[in-house]
Every structure is written in C-alpha cells, then in structure tokens.
Design a protein around this ligand. Structure first.
Ligand SMILES: NC(=O)C1=CN([C@@H]2O[C@H](COP(=O)(O)OP(=O)(O)OC[C@H]3O[C@@H](n4cnc5c(N)ncnc54)[C@H](O)[C@@H]3O)[C@@H](O)[C@H]2O)C=CC1
Ligand SMILES: O=C([O-])CC(=O)C(=O)O
Length: 310
C-alpha cells in the first residue's frame, strides 16, 4: 500500500510541497484547507499533471479532516505568513489558535502519525503541536534548520564559486534573528571555510543567513518564501518515509541535550521511519554554546507567552 501524507494549509508552502511530493511518486497526498473548494481545485490540477510527468500519486483536496485519516505523516503549514516589517514572533497568538485547532483534528484521525510543523513562529508552534497532540517528542518535528542551512550553503557556494553539493554546514538554534550558523564547522569539499573566505566576509554571510527569510519577505511584499521551505520539508519527509536516517538540523523538543530543557530548538537529528531517531550533540565552543543559549532564551520568551506548561 502507498504511504499517505496530509498537508494542512494549501497556501504557498503547502501547495508547493504537495507538488514536490506528488512528483516523488511514493505516496498519496491529501491537501486540507479551510477555504472551500480551493484545495480541491489545486489537487485536481496537480492530479492532471501526473500523466505528463509520469506520476501516479493520488492527490486529493478536502475541507473535511475525515479524509486525512491514517496518515503516516502530517505537515502543518496552515497559518498566517508575515508581511514586510513584521517579525515571525508577531504571528504568535493568531497562529497558536490555528495550530491548536489543526493538531486536535489531526490527532483525532491519525493518532499514530508523525507531525512536521512549518507554521511560524516555528519553534513555538512545534511546542503547541507537541502539547496539544500529547505525542512523544519523536513524532513532532519542526522544519527550519534545513532551510536556514540551505541558505547558508547557497551563500557560501556563491562566494567561493563551488557547487552547493560540496558545501556542508549546520545552522542551529531557534528559527529567528538569533539563529546560530556554525561557521566553524562549515566546509567546502572538506576544507574549513576559514581557509577560503576572510573572517569579516564570513560574518556578513552569517548575518545574511539570519536575515534570509526577511530578505525574501521584503522582496515579495506580500508573503514569505515557499520554494526553499517546501524543498526543505521534502528532504525531511524523504528521510522518514524512505527510512534514510539522514542527519539534518530540525527543531526538536530538547530534554537535557545541549543543556536545554522542555524547549524546541534547532539541533541535528537523525530522521527515520520512527521520526526523530537520534539527537546529535555536537561539541560546541564556549561562544557557540552562549549563542545557542541566547537563541533558546528567545524561544523560551515566546513559549512563556503561549501559556502552556509542561
Ligand atoms: N518554518 C519555516 O521555515 C517556514 C515557515 N513558514 C510559515 O508557514 C506558514 C504558511 O505560509 P504560506 O504557505 O506562505 O502562507 P499562505 O497564506 O499562502 O497559506 C496559509 C494557508 O493556511 C490556511 N489556513 C488558515 N487557517 C487554517 C486552518 N485553521 N486550517 C487549515 N488551513 C488554514 C489558509 O487558508 C491558507 O491557504 C506561515 O506561518 C509562514 O510564516 C513559511 C516559510 C518557511
Ligand atoms: O521569513 C518568514 O517569515 C518565513 C520563514 O520562516 C522563512 O522564509 O525563513
């Protein structure tokens, strides 16, 4: 039997993700949205691309959670994106309500699913999904680190004129202004970037990475990034569905790792058929640890506003 994936929210991120998933041809996909008819229309359009591109994925659009029953993976993209001048944190209360309602319904119909949260502010929304679902932490994962790392890799590859495939990097921490691109561990074909790029230039690239989402929000004028975000979710789903056991940075509910507790923060994690199968603890320098702690404190401030107590 084919696997089943539900994507909640048929907006820019959701529908682009469904397109990418359909083209993978390894699962049937349900696209849910509250807007009547819209997910049905997008699903039909995507279904009709199948004969041209050669995929058999069944894509269904719906406004009824019953159609999402027994999903192997559910991705939550429903919620407001920010506008120019806003921080992701400004979306907290409005999106908390949406993510809470959505999670309740998902759990009702797919009690054994793995949830991937995309809605911003990411780390706090993953916290909401974990709390409302009552799932073990292995089955609630936030997507941010793959995207932030992809941005860092893109800029480094451009700087040195290398293939993006040869650039390895990790961006840890919360998905916000305080995220922690680990430039010390960034390499191009195994060479540390400190041997290839001047220190001040690395710092500029690190800052551009931190501002990566905002740069696109400003350019678009009315909405936020979706091509790279949907590609990033796809990488996580590949690793889970195909049990690839890839190690990718993602938002994980930490329970003592990195000296942090009861908080979603981006760290490297191994993803396989059970969801999060291992959390990798990289040995950090004092300044990296301090930066991660600062980023975690920013997430904690938001979680405190949510009014959720573990
Ligand atoms: N974690 C990350 O790295 C990233 C997160 N995001 C976040 O993803 C979210 C979605 O972004 P876009 O797709 O660009 O926004 P969008 O506005 O294009 O789509 C959001 C969709 O959610 C739907 N929706 C609203 N309330 C709902 C509910 N209760 N149930 C089901 N659907 C509901 C809307 O009808 C809309 O179709 C935003 O919060 C954005 O900030 C976006 C990019 C990257
Ligand atoms: O910037 C935003 O609001 C959307 C997002 O999280 C990103 O693109 O990193």
């Amino acid at each position: 039997m084919r696997s089943k994936i539900t994507v909640v929210g048929a907006g820019f991120v959701g529908s682009t993700l469904v397109q990418r998933l359909a083209e993978r041809d390894y699962a049937d996909i349900v696209m849910y949205d509250i807007v009547p008819n819209m997910p049905q229309g997008k699903a039909l359009d995507l279904l009709q691309a199948g004969p041209v591109l050669g995929y058999d994925s069944l894509v269904t659009g719906t406004n009824d959670y019953a159609d999402t029953a027994d999903s192997d993976i559910v991705v939550i993209t429903s919620g407001f994106p920010r506008k120019p001048g806003m921080s992701r944190d400004d979306l907290l209360k409005k999106n908390q309500e949406i993510v809470s309602q959505v999670t309740e319904q998902i759990v009702r119909y797919s009690p054994n699913t793995i949830i991937i949260v995309v809605t911003n502010p990411l780390d706090a929304m993953a916290h909401v999904a974990l709390h409302v679902s009552g799932f073990p932490r292995e089955r609630v994962i936030g997507m941010a680190g793959v995207l932030d790392t992809a941005r860092f890799r893109t800029f480094i590859a451009q700087e040195v004129g290398a293939s993006v495939r040869d650039v390895q990097a990790y961006v840890l921490g919360g998905h916000g202004d305080t995220m922690v691109p680990l430039s010390r561990l960034c390499t191009v074909a195994g060479l540390p970037i400190s041997q290839l790029i001047a220190a001040e230039r690395i710092e500029e690239i690190v800052q551009r990475t931190r501002d990566g989402g905002a740069e696109i929000v400003k350019l678009l004028g009315n909405g936020s990034a979706y091509f790279a975000p949907s590609a990033s979710v796809l990488q996580m789903i590949d690793s889970i569905l195909l049990d690839k056991k890839q190690i990718v940075p993602c938002a994980v509910h930490l329970e003592g790792e990195y000296g942090l507790n009861h908080l979603f923060v981006g760290v490297p994690a191994q993803l396989g058929s059970k969801g999060i199968e291992k959390i990798i603890e990289i040995e950090l320098t004092d300044s990296e640890r301090a930066a991660l702690q600062k980023s975690a404190s920013a997430v904690q401030e938001l979680v405190d506003v949510l009014g959720i107590h573990n």
